[in-house]
Design a protein around this ligand. Structure first.
Ligand SMILES: Nc1nc2c(ncn2[C@@H]2O[C@H](COP(=O)(O)OP(=O)(O)OP(=O)(O)O)[C@@H](O)[C@H]2O)c(=O)[nH]1
Ligand SMILES: [Mg+2]
Length: 310
């Protein structure tokens, strides 16, 4: 004999307290399964109520998702590609990673942020295309608030501008980013450079003097390489290569700016740091190859380090 339906309702509500989204839907389905399957009467009403709750929970979680889009952070840094529709953001993302993404010769081909990993000098950096930032985005036009929310979490911005296109759309986008109070290290990628005329790049730099401009074309590998290096510089991170048994590791470590030798040792292994006796260094921060340095020596991008232990 099932318990009285009024008590049952209380029990159900208690079971649902604090549960939202898929967790709530799961619990509701379990409840539905447990309820006696009467077609009429209070238990039928209860079943109906549970079914409605499932529906409503779905609706609610979709509404929440529309307002905030989550991009899972991966890699050593997250760099956003931002620009007017059709500027070539997806094309860059595609050229620099293995992501399958729609590319179209029209505005708003991409509707939601898309993330992809690219390897720069052995370190993975996450690129995120932020599409559809239009005038009024900061006031949530075109779902702009959620898009700006993703942008706010990035470490840096690459603005994209079609080298042959008008500049005003980019100015609109920058305006929205400024209105949203987002201020991140930024550069400007002049895209589709294979279609540029002489003087275009200089004209763009003159029109937008506050952002360093780097030209890029997806059909020119050299320009893609230079673009990646510019993205790396933008992250501010430092690549440090370890030397072990006279061999230099192929994969560098990504260190925060201001890191010292002991930070490098700690990143490799806590034990290496606690047994630290000294280090030898090669590269930009070394006065000469193999210079002996102490734990507080500041490393620079491109250094290689041999840690000496007790
Ligand atoms: N010639 C040339 N065309 C390019 C280059 N990069 C992109 N395009 C073209 O520019 C158009 C737009 O490219 P997308 O990558 O879809 O642009 P998007 O900025 O992602 O556009 P939305 O997602 O609509 O905001 C497509 O027709 C691409 O083929 C390039 O380096 N050279
Ligand atoms: Mg796109």
């Amino acid at each position: 004999m099932p318990m009285p339906h009024r008590t049952q309702m209380q029990v159900i509500k208690r079971r649902l307290t604090g549960k939202e989204g898929s967790e709530r839907v799961h619990e509701l389905r379990v409840i539905l399964h447990e309820l006696p399957g009467y077609r009429n009467g209070p238990y039928a009403d209860l079943r109906k109520w549970v079914l409605e709750q499932i529906e409503e929970t779905h609706k609610r979680s979709h509404a929440i998702q529309r307002d905030s889009i989550a991009i899972r952070r991966e890699g050593a840094a997250q760099v956003a590609l931002v620009g007017a529709p059709n500027a070539g953001k997806s094309s860059l993302l595609h050229a620099l990673s293995h992501v399958q993404i729609k590319i179209g010769d029209y505005a708003f081909t991409t509707l939601r942020p898309v993330a992809a990993l690219t390897r720069i000098g052995g370190i993975l950096v996450q690129l995120v295309e932020i599409p559809g930032l239009i005038s009024g985005a900061a006031d949530d036009r075109g779902g702009g608030r959620a898009l700006l929310g993703v942008l706010r979490n990035a470490d840096a911005i690459v603005y994209c501008q079609d080298i042959s296109g008008p500049y005003h759309a980019l100015q609109d986008v920058r305006n929205e980013v400024a209105l949203a109070g987002i201020d991140l290290p930024s550069i400007l990628a002049a895209t589709k450079m294979d279609e540029a005329n002489e003087g275009d790049l200089a004209a763009l730099q003159a029109a937008i003097p506050d952002l360093p401009v780097v030209g890029v074309s997806i059909i020119d590998d050299e320009s893609l390489g230079a673009f990646k290096e510019a993205v790396w510089k933008l992250t501010g991170l430092i690549r440090v290569y370890l030397r072990r048994n006279k061999q230099v590791d192929e994969e560098p470590l990504a260190m925060e700016p201001g890191s010292t030798i002991i930070d490098v040792a700690t990143k490799v292994h806590k034990e290496l740091a606690s047994n630290f006796r000294g280090a030898r260094i090669w590269g930009p921060s070394a006065r000469f190859d193999g210079q002996q340095v102490g734990r507080d020596h500041l490393v620079q991008d491109g250094d290689s380090v041999e840690i000496i232990t007790w």
